[in-house]
Design a protein. Structure first.
Length: 305
C-alpha cells in the first residue's frame, strides 16, 4: 500500500474563483508576480547549490531544505492565484526531492488533474508558438533533445532506508556497479575518494531496510509510474502530435524499479511475487551494468540536467 498523499488536492484543485476558475497570469499581475519570481529564484538557487555540492564533493549532498520554499510557495501560487503548469513543474521538482517517489506520485497527479479540469484556461496560455508554450514546462521535465530537469532527482530518490549507512538512491547504486567494473585498484580508490559509494555499503543499507519499508518504496514508485502514464495520456488526448515526450522519465523510473527490486530481493516478494517475479529474475544478475538511457554514472552526467 502506498503512503498517504503529501499534497492537499482539495485545496490545490479548487477553482481560483467562479469568474476565472484558472485564475490570472502570474507573470504580469502586480500582486502575484513578486511571489512568482520568488519561487523562480528559489528554484534556481536550489539547483545551483546542488551542482555546487557535486563539484565540491563528487556526490549530491542532501540540500532538500533548499527546496522547501519552492514547494510551499508553488502551492500558494496554485491555490491563491493561478492554475499554471510552469509552477506545477517546479512543484514536482521540489516534491520528488523532499518526499521521494511519494512526492513524485502526487506531483504527477496534480499536473494530470489540473490538465483535466482547467485545460481550456490553464497557464501559460498559448501564444504565437501555439500549445507548445503551454506544455513547455512539462516537456522540460523530460527533456526533448537531452535529459530534462526531472531525470537526476528521480535517480536521486531513495531506494533503501538508512540506519548505519544510507539511504541510497539509484544513481548511487549505478555508480557502485560501475565501480565494480574497474579492475585497477588505484582508479577504484580515486573514485571512492571522489564520493562514489562501494556496492557492499549499499548492500548493507539494503540489509538494514525492513521489508515493510521496501514495500512502501516499491508501492510509491509504482503509483508514480501509474500517475505519469495517466498524465501522459491526458496530454496526448489534448495535444496530439504536440504532446511532450516521455521516454526519459519512463526509463528513469524503470531503472529505479530494477535497482529497488534487486536490492530488496526476498523482502519484496511477499507483496509482489506475482507482479514482479519475472522482473526479479532479470534483476538477479545486478541490473544496470550497461548504461541505460538517462543513467547517471558520475557528476558529469548529473550536470547535463
Amino acid at each position: 500500500m502506498a503512503s498517504p498523499p503529501i499534497l492537499d488536492f482539495d485545496q490545490l484543485l479548487r477553482p481560483i474563483s467562479d469568474d476565472v476558475p484558472a485564475g490570472i497570469d502570474i507573470r504580469s499581475d502586480a500582486n502575484a508576480s513578486p511571489l512568482y519570481y520568488s519561487v523562480k529564484d528559489a528554484r534556481s538557487s536550489a539547483r545551483a547549490k546542488e551542482r555546487s555540492s557535486l563539484v565540491e564533493d563528487g556526490e549530491a549532498r542532501d540540500i532538500s531544505v533548499e527546496w522547501r520554499p519552492v514547494l510551499a510557495q508553488a502551492q500558494d501560487l496554485l491555490t491563491q492565484y493561478s492554475k499554471d503548469l510552469e509552477v506545477t513543474a517546479w512543484l514536482i521538482e521540489a516534491a520528488v526531492r523532499l518526499d521521494g517517489f511519494a512526492g513524485l506520485r502526487d506531483g504527477f497527479r496534480l499536473a494530470r488533474e489540473l490538465v483535466e479540469r482547467f485545460w481550456n484556461d490553464i497557464y501559460p496560455r498559448p501564444d504565437e508558438d501555439g500549445i507548445e508554450t503551454t506544455i513547455a514546462p512539462l516537456a522540460g521535465l523530460n527533456g526533448e533533445e537531452g535529459e530534462g530537469t526531472l531525470i537526476f532527482p528521480i535517480r536521486g530518490a531513495p531506494i533503501t532506508g538508512g540506519q548505519s549507512v544510507g539511504p541510497f538512491a539509484t544513481w548511487n547504486y549505478e555508480q557502485a556497479l560501475a565501480l565494480e567494473q574497474i579492475s585497477d585498484s588505484e582508479k577504484r580508490d580515486k573514485r571512492v575518494a571522489a564520493g562514489a559509494i562501494a556496492l557492499p555499503t549499499i548492500q548493507q543499507a539494503a540489509a538494514e531496510t525492513s521489508a515493510q519499508d521496501f514495500m512502501l518504496l516499491h508501492d510509491n514508485l509504482q503509483a508514480a509510474q501509474t500517475e505519469f502514464q495517466q498524465l501522459s495520456a491526458a496530454l496526448d488526448e489534448r495535444c496530439a502530435h504536440a504532446s511532450p515526450p516521455t521516454s526519459n522519465i519512463r526509463h528513469a523510473l524503470e531503472a529505479c524499479g530494477e535497482a529497488l527490486r534487486y536490492l530488496a530481493g526476498d523482502k519484496l516478494r511477499p507483496a509482489s511475487s506475482d507482479r514482479t517475479s519475472e522482473a526479479d529474475g532479470e534483476a538477479s544478475s545486478a541490473p544496470g551494468t550497461a548504461a541505460a538511457p538517462g543513467q547517471v554514472r558520475s557528476r558529469d552526467d548529473a550536470f547535463r540536467v
